[in-house]
Design a protein around this ligand. Structure first.
Ligand code: 87F
Length: 570
């Protein structure tokens, strides 16, 4: 770290994360987590003949008459249990599930094809929807000049320690350090001022898919908190506040759809408090998810109305129909790869990832179960072809050095929604066995025999059912984690019982700050804050809108102005 002109300049190579307590509860440095297991894996990877009968449509050893070198199905299980050690379970899962590879720059992760494909589904959906709304994609530079970055003081204040700067090229010091974008308001708005002249230039609505860098010092967690991440950032300018307000909610609705309809993660929509809103803006709306295992809320995405703050600073003006010069109204909104981490945390179990069908890179894996020298690989390929024709994402695992049981565990670890097993007896009966990833081993309906003739139709139905079922299950659990409290004691009890708490609130900054401080020492974990003031919605039946007459703030005892949803959070 060095100092120039009183400005802190962080050389991005110098820094190490503080070894804080992990936000997931893990204190083990992440880089050490996988070392012992790597060793273990090697030892179990010695090819051995498979003994147990995992075949159906017959019994006996896989591979039939010829003894094949096949891998045992042991050694694939996760090293930690979700309920017992959530932090380590998660870190282990994203690596073993082949979503993440660790990297030698702290806080940066490699997104492997298995997780990048999920990001592409999110991207494809959202991109198509915003284009329908008339928003255009663009690309602005990664670098920000110091002058531009510091133009809007409110905006950078508080964030400054997280800005990474480039100070050198080769051996020579740059004349002026340049920042790496932590977000692009200050990159884009000088250009907005140039592009917008008259009312006919409005609205201006652009979006970019890119990476940003925020040099976080809290414990990093794959997807959830990393120093570089991927996102989309939308930036728009309007002639009127009404248009801006309308867009804020339209974008928030798309974020809800990404979470609920793609990732099967229930969210609560609402508006942020003064403390929690984006300081550079007028108001911030949010979709908030919740991780029941840790009892923490997690901000899913935000859609801000910036008001005219940036227009003032960057002089983004237009001439209206009457020839008067006016400032534009602006919005900005963003959704990041954090969404993938939230989905993993909510649906994953002790066997691995559980991917909702709409974002599963492979929806169906077809596994041959050889018996008595009969190899069903050709039938597997036929089924793959049949399902591919119907646009399912499907793959056959025909590797002959792994047993069927090993493959079952492998694809369960990766979270593939359905597996199809085909053995000789299935071929005779013109059927296949279909096994669902989302149901427990012994659950009714987890495994069913389906005639090949009905396969396309039934697979479609089952995947739809799974998609809906995952959201319903998560919503039920989430809803059971919302408590209401009218006084401090009930509030603390609920919070320490891993709940979000809906409480009548006076809406005062000092009170929120006080609650944060008091919950830090009185309970375990970090301080509680407002997650949002939920919009009226049927998923939250406890919200009574308007607030009952004469009701007091749970924390200050002053007259309450609104319902606020409180919680510990990521
Ligand atoms: C970190 C360093 C510098 C968040 C930062 O939410 C600046 C910032 O402005 C910063 N972290 N923010 C707020 C970002 C606001 C807004 N930008 C466009 C979004 C969505 C996309």
């Amino acid at each position: 770290m060095s100092e120039t002109d009183g400005e802190k300049v962080v050389s991005i190579n110098d820094l190490e994360f503080e070894k804080n307590v992990s936000i997931t509860g893990a204190e083990t440095p992440l880089k050490d987590l996988h070392k012992p297991k790597e060793k273990k894996e090697k030892s179990t990877k010695t090819p051995k003949e498979k003994k147990e009968g995992v075949v159906h449509g017959g019994s006996g050893p896989a591979g039939g008459a010829k003894k094949k070198e096949v891998k045992k199905e042991s050694g694939l299980g996760l090293a930690f249990k979700k309920e017992e050690n959530f932090g380590d379970w998660y870190s282990d899962l994203v690596v073993r599930g082949e979503m993440i590879e660790y990297y030698d720059v702290s806080g940066c992760y490699i997104l492997r094809p298995w997780s990048y494909a999920i990001w592409e589904f999110i991207k494809d959906f959202f991109d198509k929807e915003i284009k329908k709304m008339g928003i255009e994609n663009t690309y602005f530079p990664l670098f920000v000049s110091e002058k531009a970055l510091n133009k809007e003081k409110n905006h950078v204040e508080g964030f400054a320690p997280e800005v990474a700067w480039v100070t050198k090229s080769g051996d020579s010091q740059l004349e002026e350090p340049i920042a790496i974008r932590p977000t692009s308001e200050t990159v884009m708005y000088p250009i907005f001022a140039k592009w917008i002249r008259g009312h006919r230039d409005l609205p201006l609505r652009i979006n970019q898919w890119c990476n940003v860098v925020r040099w976080e010092f809290k414990h990093p967690t794959p997807f959830i908190r990393s120093r570089e991440f991927l996102w989309q950032e939308g930036h728009t300018a309007f002639a009127t506040k009404e248009e801006a307000d309308k867009e804020v909610r339209a974008i928030l609705e798309l974020y809800r759809q990404v979470y609920e309809e793609l990732l099967a993660v229930p969210v609560i929509q609402g508006v942020k408090s003064e403390v929690e809103k984006f300081a550079g803006g007028l108001y911030t709306t949010t979709v908030e998810a919740f991780i029941p295992t840790t009892g923490r809320g997690v901000q899913g995405a935000t859609s801000h109305c910036l008001g005219q703050n940036f227009a003032k600073m960057f002089e983004i003006m237009f001439e209206d129909e009457k020839g008067e010069r006016k400032m534009v109204w602006q919005n900005s909104w963003g959704l990041t790869t954090r969404s993938i981490g939230v989905m993993v945390m909510i649906h994953g179990d002790d066997k691995g990832l559980v991917l909702p069908p709409r974002v599963a890179p492979i929806q169906v894996v077809v596994i041959p179960v050889p018996f008595k020298g009969i190899d069903p690989s050709d039938e597997c390929l036929k089924v793959v072809h049949q399902l591919q024709q119907a646009d399912f994402r499907v793959k056959a695992d025909l590797r002959d050095n792994y047993s069927p049981g090993w493959k079952y565990s492998h694809w369960e670890l990766k979270g593939v929604p359905l597996r199809i097993e085909i053995g000789p007896r299935d071929i005779e009966k013109k059927q296949v066995r279909v096994v669902r990833r989302d149901l427990e081993d012994k659950a009714v309906g987890r495994s069913q025999d389906i005639p090949v003739a009905d396969l396309v139709e039934r697979i479609g139905e089952i995947l739809d059912e799974m998609q809906k079922g995952l959201l319903e299950r998560a919503r039920k659990e989430r809803s059971s984690c919302i408590a209401t409290a009218y006084n401090w004691d009930d509030f603390m009890a609920a919070l320490n019982n891993k709940k979000m708490v809906l409480a009548p609130w006076c809406d005062e900054v000092a009170v929120e700050e006080n609650v944060k401080a008091r919950t830090k020492c009185e309970g375990d974990g970090g301080g509680a804050k407002t997650l949002c003031m939920p919009f009226e919605q049927d998923t939250l039946p406890v919200v009574q809108d308007p607030l009952p007459e004469g009701i007091k703030c749970f924390a200050s005892g002053k007259p309450a102005k609104k319902w606020a949803l409180w919680g510990r959070s990521y």
